[in-house]
Design a protein around this ligand. Structure first.
Ligand SMILES: [Zn+2]
Length: 77
């Protein structure tokens, strides 16, 4: 059975929950039997988690920056 490996876009959509029921079943079935695609899926998931953490940290920094600026302005005024 020359089963094709999953496309990156399929893995992305799978993580986004944007695949149809059938496609989702296909991805799940494939990663269960294919170690390399399972690793790719996990890597993608990990990368997303990392990006999400970075985004949250950045937002916090921006908020702190904003607050510092406002405090600074108030101090001057
Ligand atoms: Zn595969």
């Amino acid at each position: 059975m020359g089963q094709q490996h999953l496309e990156e876009i399929e893995l992305e959509s799978y993580l986004d929950g944007q695949l149809s029921w059938l496609s989702r079943r296909r991805v799940q079935g494939h990663v269960e039997s294919c170690e390399s695609c399972r690793a790719r899926l996990e890597a993608l998931r990990a990368r997303r988690g990392y990006l999400e953490r970075m985004r949250v940290q950045l937002e916090r920094l921006e908020q702190a920056d904003d607050q510092a600026m406002r405090t600074g302005l108030r101090g001057e005024g």
